[in-house]
Design a protein around this ligand. Structure first.
Ligand code: KG4
Ligand code: ZN
Length: 334
């Protein structure tokens, strides 16, 4: 079969990214332009600034990707784009850009769900094995999904309130760390110990998660200690929070491994870059003799290569989008 090159675009949050992916698993070229430093000045992503910066940079990111690949847009077989979920204004920049390329170069357009993109990051340089349990853990999502085959998803459980990444970011802010909080909490936690007693999450019989209780207890603890004039040991608090947050994931993953007897585990989304989390999930997988698939760090956080990987099965099925494709801030994958 002829090789398939997909030009893929990701602009759902604060990374402008374009990739060329061969046959759904080989990254020919990838460019990621992050706006992180700009948003760090505001303590979080400012949607209006994000979409304006995508508009300013997207042509340059395309040019750089094509140069790296020594290819032209017309050498590609399809244009793929993240259309949902994410920040609406940011998504729209990518979607409109993709539509223009699809029209001008007469190439099929493929719409990709961002979370499915995170899952398919596991397919880059590797193979997805089915059935699989997928933990999607990002700034906006915390979901445990059973994947029976390509694009066959069953939602087992999800967060009932905050996403795990959101909790990392808020706790980071409260203890004075810069945005994005996740990597900074991880770094600080390495210098600390799990000394703060934080409440355990409700041990219910579902696969659902909850992070708002843990987040609030850290915020209350910091406020109470400050009012009493006591010093907080930030490294110990970061370590205690990270331990509790990861325990919530491993507890539910263990339940799923025990009950479903599935032997393949995938982790996906920005929080899966956390090394402590990777280690703890590996321990649970080892206990149940399950194989854990870990995406390379660069493919954990937002990037267009994962969108190209997720677009490939749709290309093979000729599931193409029309030029009236719209972006949508919310959507689920199951
Ligand atoms: O997948 P992603 O890049 O964007 C979304 O789709 O949300 O995930 C971003 C989230 C942020 O909340 C960030 O703090 C978190 O992933 N994150 C981490 C780490 N790296 C990124 N959380 C914990 N530890 C990390 N090393
Ligand atoms: Zn993401």
């Amino acid at each position: 079969m002829k090789d398939v090159y997909i030009l893929s675009i990701e602009t759902s949050c604060d990374e402008t990214s374009i990739a060329i992916v061969k046959n759904g698993s080989e990254v020919v070229a990838l460019t990621i332009l992050t706006q992180m430093d700009t948003h760090a000045n505001f303590g979080g992503v400012v949607p209006e600034i994000a979409s304006r910066m995508h508009t300013e940079n997207i042509t340059m990111v395309l040019e750089e990707t094509l140069n790296k690949a020594h290819m032209k847009v017309s050498d590609c077989d399809a244009i793929a784009v993240t259309y949902s979920p994410g920040l609406l204004g940011s998504l729209l920049v990518g979607v409109e850009f993709a539509k223009v390329l699809s029209y001008v170069y007469d190439l099929p357009l493929i719409k990709v769900n961002h979370l499915i993109g995170h899952i398919y990051a596991n397919k880059i340089d590797d193979k997805l094995k089915f059935p699989s349990l997928a933990l999607v853990i990002s700034g906006g999502h915390t979901e445990l999904i059973k994947m029976k085959d390509d694009y066959k998803f069953e939602l087992l459980g999800e967060t009932q309130d905050d996403a795990i990444g959101e909790a990392f970011d808020k706790v980071a802010r409260v203890i004075g760390l810069k945005y994005p909080g996740g990597p900074n909490i991880e770094k600080l936690a390495r210098e600390g110990e799990n000394t703060y007693k934080l409440p355990k999450m409700a041990n219910d019989d579902t696969y659902n998660f909850s992070y708002s209780g843990l987040k609030s207890s850290v915020i209350n603890l910091v406020n109470n200690e400050r009012q009493r004039g006591n010093e907080i040991n930030k490294a110990d608090l970061a370590c205690s929070f990270q331990t509790a947050a990861v325990e919530e994931l491993t507890r539910k993953l263990e339940k799923a491994l025990k009950e479903t007897k599935i032997k393949n585990v995938i982790i996906a989304g920005g929080v899966s870059a956390n090394k402590y989390l990777r280690g703890e999930i590996q321990k649970v997988c080892d206990k149940y003799k399950a194989k854990l698939n870990l995406p390379e760090f660069i493919y954990c956080t937002d990037n267009a290569a994962m969108i190209g990987a997720a677009a490939y099965p749709l290309y093979l099925k000729k599931e193409f989008a029309d030029l009236d494709l719209n972006a949508s801030s919310t959507s689920s994958i199951c």
